[in-house]
Design a protein around this ligand. Structure first.
Ligand code: 3HC
Length: 696
């Protein structure tokens, strides 16, 4: 393998260049190369300044995450950064792309920083359950105001080179596109000025008095929602204001090591790699996607308008069809509102917003306007009859080769595809609501979907900055199929004795963003009701059907939108448990002859996780999801599963599959139909393997 770090000379300047694609991660070989080459430059009497820069698409984007959890190898990153800073010759660092984590720490070890104006920088370690562990928590607050450093470190936020320059992190901006040239030019100017080394560790923390750490800690703790890293990172930053540099570094190291060894770190790094491996789909390797420059959307309700907004934000031209002018105008108003929201949040420039509405978006009531569209997404009412009708019409008007997608959440896409003469062009693109905000996209591949069509689904997802996951056809695909199952288990937990409020409390304490009953209220109880009615005819007679949610619906209580569901919603008030719910449930238990028992929060969580993992194992075993980590990505990004637990499959590996299987065995005695262990789960336990062994 080529040396990942090289040294060359231009007159009296040594150029130490990192070349470790794809993101120049500071792997062991890179650290070693930097150490040796900087040492060599130091020792060479002809060298008067040292430039550190990178080849390829970015400056060092951090420590090599793949090395975490493995035995450490010298030189460590903190030692390397200290060595760079200690250089007796000025060290200039030229930044392009994204200088992140250990990358920015290397840059801060240098004496002078020049950045291309297009560059970005940040310390995103807390996203991985760790903190900047190579001096970042000590040097950043010595370069920029402590308050801003604390904000960047605890929120994992990135700043632009321009902002970095204004704050004092970057010494010079360069308008060009060549980091090496920018670094050389700066090094020459510095030498001409007679500049010597300038070490950040000599500085005092900037504006330290302006920060109330106790107040800030309370704020960070609240927004961290169970993740330890941001709070520990703040402790480390505080050390920069109370301790001498060397002590602050030691303190940082101790806190870093504690986090490095935590389950949270393992879970968050699992999530990082899982989100990247979803893009690896065998059947589309080397397959070119079809164009997606101009798309059509059928239906302008919340979902259709959200999809249209998301596409417009991605620079795609959109035509949206509704059944009449009134509905089309409403859809337009929703899209306009969504786009205005994006402007307000700083996600879209006003001029771009105006250009989108003037040139890239139109509504129609005539499907003939889809004739030249590259891809059309249907987002109409969830009814097979209606969807087949829409697809028949699309088949008649769309050009050959156009991709026809359905946004159905549950329905059989093979049956929808059969309404056309081109089933190979049909696939599912299942967005999550609100579609312009939620990152998850299930790309559902039907029996006859052509690989180029699947590749197009992924290409569109990428353009829209979604996390696209391949799913097969079944009722609910990956996410909603698992959701249906764990909802049944939650209903069973309630019939057995817990209240819906106990379930919500136990699961929010476990880390869910919202309890499942509160979520049903938010989504609208009528949605689950309609779905249960759809499945009523095919329901297995052995299933114990819990009817209390249906009873609420029969009384006209659909959750938040009607002001009442499992909870009562009043303007400006915190939702309160609806006392009628307990009565309805008590009546159902009596009718079914169930004597309620006390169920602990721990048991609620165990039952919930057992149901989720069991159905997820079926989803993987049936080939609906490609690998267990794909299931994790779906639950993390579409269903509020706590990221610091890594997803249900990673969680199951952490507690042990034998425990999950054992829990299922115990629950089988309560309900032998609901709690059938998945064959894949049984097999893995027998073979003493975990889900991770299937991730590949
Ligand atoms: N270590 C190892 N591999 C990494 C990596 C890292 N730090 N960062 C990215 N990669 C890999 C990805 O896994 C991916 O591999 P694949 O092609 O095999 O799937 C490849 O590089 C490209 O990554 P992306 O698909 O994410 O490419 P993008 O262009 O979309 O994004 C990025 C690039 C912004 C650099 C993004 O990858 C990223 O955010 N990386 C993580 C940055 C980070 O967290 N750095 C801090 C690390 S921890 C640290 O430095 C500790 C220190 O304080 C001691």
């Amino acid at each position: 393998m080529e040396d990942p770090v090289t040294i060359t000379r231009e007159a009296n300047i040594a150029i130490v260049e990192v070349n470790n694609p794809p993101v120049n991660a500071a792997s062991h070989a890179v650290r070693l190369g930097l150490q040796l080459n900087v040492k060599e430059a130091e020792a060479n009497p002809e060298v008067e300044a040292i430039l550190i820069c990178c080849a390829g698409r970015t400056f060092i984007a951090g420590a090599d995450i793949k090395e975490f959890g493995k035995p450490p190898q010298d030189p460590s990153l903190p030692d390397l950064v200290n060595q760079i800073e200690a250089s007796t010759k000025p060290v200039i660092v030229a930044i392009h792309g994204t200088a992140l984590g250990g990358g920015l720490e290397v840059a801060m070890g240098g004496h002078y920083r020049v950045a291309l104006t297009s560059a970005k920088m940040g310390l995103p370690e807390v996203n991985l359950g760790i903190l900047p562990g190579a001096g970042g928590t000590q040097r950043l607050p010595r370069l920029i105001p402590v308050a801003k450093a604390a904000e960047m470190i605890t929120s994992a936020g990135m700043i632009s080179a321009k902002e970095g320059h204004e704050l004092g992190l970057i010494d010079r901006l360069d308008e060009g596109d060549d980091p090496r040239a920018a670094g050389l030019a700066y090094a020459k100017d510095l030498l001409a000025e007679g500049a010597g080394p300038s070490r950040t560790s000599d500085n005092a923390a900037k504006d330290a008095d302006a920060v109330d750490f106790d107040a800030l800690r309370a704020k960070v703790k609240k927004s961290a929602r169970g993740i330890m890293a941001p709070v520990k990172a703040l402790d480390a930053v505080e050390g920069a204001t109370t301790m001498p540099f060397a002590e602050g570094l030691k303190n940082e190291r101790a806190l870093f090591t504690e986090l490095l060894e935590s389950d949270q770190r393992a879970a968050l790094i699992h999530a990082f790699f899982a989100e990247r491996s979803v893009a690896k789909v065998k059947e589309i390797e080397g397959v070119a996607p079809r164009p997606t420059d101009k798309i059509g959307v059928v239906g302008g309700g919340t979902m259709g308008a959200g999809i249209a907004t998301s596409a417009l934000l991605a620079g795609i031209d959109v035509t949206l069809a509704e059944r009449d002018d009134d509905a089309a105008n409403k859809a337009r108003a929703t899209v306009e509102k969504n786009l205005a929201g994006a402007v307000k949040r700083g996600k879209l420039a006003q001029a771009k917003h105006d250009a989108i509405l003037a040139n890239a978006f139109r509504t129609t009531t005539d499907y003939a306007d889809f004739g030249e569209r590259d891809l059309v997404i249907e987002a109409v009412f969830e009814s097979m009859e209606v969807k087949r009708e829409v697809f028949g019409q699309l088949d008649a008007v769309c050009k050959p080769g156009a991709v026809l997608a359905t946004n159905t959440s549950y329905l059989d896409i093979n049956e929808i595809a059969a309404a056309t003469k081109r089933p190979g062009d049909v696939l599912g693109l299942h967005f999550f609501s609100p579609a312009h905000v939620m990152k998850l996209l299930e790309v559902v591949v039907a029996d006859q979907t052509d690989p180029t069509v699947t590749a197009t689904g992924f290409a569109l997802g990428k353009k829209m900055k979604k996390i696209a996951v391949r799913a097969g056809v079944c009722d609910g695909f990956i996410g909603n199929r698992i959701l249906s199952h764990y909802q049944k288990a939650n209903f069973a937990t309630v019939l057995a004795g817990a209240s819906p409020f106990d379930v919500d409390r136990a699961l929010t304490n476990f880390g869910l963003a919202m309890g499942p009953f509160a979520v049903s209220d938010l989504a609208g109880l009528d949605i689950g009701w309609a779905n249960r009615k759809r499945l009523a005819e095919t329901r297995d007679p052995r299933e114990t059907y819990a009817a209390f949610a249906d009873k609420l619906c029969e009384q006209g209580h659909f959750g938040r939108k009607t002001g009442k569901g499992f909870y009562i919603y009043e303007e400006g008030e915190k939702p309160q448990p609806n006392p009628e719910v307990e009565e309805i449930i008590a009546a159902e238990r009596a009718e079914k002859g169930i004597t309620p028992r006390q169920i602990s929060d721990e048991e609620i969580v165990d039952r919930y996780m057992a149901a989720m993992v069991n159905e997820a194992a079926r989803v993987v075993g049936d080939g609906i999801a490609q690998r267990p980590s794909d299931v994790d990505v779906v639950l993390l990004n579409g269903y509020g599963f706590p990221r610091w637990r890594g997803g249900p499959m990673h969680y199951a590996d952490t507690v042990g599959l034998a425990k999950i299987l054992n829990d299922i065995g115990v629950l089988q005695k309560e309900d032998d139909f609901l709690w059938q262990p998945a064959p894949l789960l049984k097999q893995l336990v027998e073979e003493d393997r975990n889900f991770a062994s299937l991730n590949g």
